[in-house]
Write a protein that binds this ligand. Sequence first.
Ligand SMILES: NC(=O)c1ccc[n+]([C@@H]2O[C@H](COP(=O)([O-])OP(=O)(O)OC[C@H]3O[C@@H](n4cnc5c(N)ncnc54)[C@H](O)[C@@H]3O)[C@@H](O)[C@H]2O)c1
Length: 248
Amino acid sequence: MSTCGTSSRVLVVTGAASGLGREIAVQALEQHWTVALLDRDARAVTATAHELGALAVAADVTSPTELGTAFAIVAERLGALDGLVNSAGLTRPGPSSTLPETDWRTVVDVDLNGTFYACQAAFPYFAPDAAIVNLASIAAARGLPERSAYSAAKAGVVGLTRSLATEWAPRGLRVNAVGPSWVDTPLIRRMVQEGAIDLKEMTDRVPLGRLGTPRDVAEAVLFLLDRTRAGYITGQTLFVDGGFTFAG
Ligand SMILES: NC(=O)c1ccc[n+]([C@@H]2O[C@H](COP(=O)([O-])OP(=O)(O)OC[C@H]3O[C@@H](n4cnc5c(N)ncnc54)[C@H](O)[C@@H]3O)[C@@H](O)[C@H]2O)c1
């Protein structure tokens, strides 16, 4: 992979060792970005980066200290950042009346706080015209039972996206989000195994009649990162959901 002196645009993807983050990195590389993969799973992110030809940085997005070190390393190795995608995330479904406090805190800490901490840690290194894309969810817009922590965190990501978009626009930064419905990734496969979702029931509720693919989501993310095609779009959440969010 190229390091210093690269002429291609530089992108950091969090949660890039798996699922959507990994696919976003794959497509970004196909579109000639230089990519740094950030994940708390050091072994997986190193292996993925080796396979794809990207830089690996191990960091937990709930730790501003680890993120500070990680973004400094990326900037030193690759130069100024042109893009940041916040895909690190998890969920802990369960009845809200008995949801353990640790589950609530974990989901909010990773999905919402981690997104903010990563934006903050990246801020000093952004090039003019850079863009951030945050992973929200249909859970930010629709009421889903037994998803209280996740829904609250993802609605928070939508609000955070709007606030940063207005605050950082004078600096030339655009900040958007994508809100996927159910996409076939390890996260969803774990939930199916645990009985937390029924794939057929979910698919039947999607007007376009199928689950999303990681590529569906990655295409939308790469569009929003592109300063030529999406240069006047900021503060938006683009639902990539087969029509689920606004179905009757
Ligand atoms: N898959 C879906 O159907 C779906 C739908 C809507 C939104 N999303 C969102 O998309 C994002 C990616 O989901 P996915 O399906 O790819 O999940 P995934 O489980 O396949 O991948 C998530 C990655 O995030 C990493 N991660 C988790 N906690 C972290 C932390 N504290 N610090 C750094 N890395 C961490 C994991 O190690 C993993 O590599 C999440 O924010 C998720 O909420 C997914």
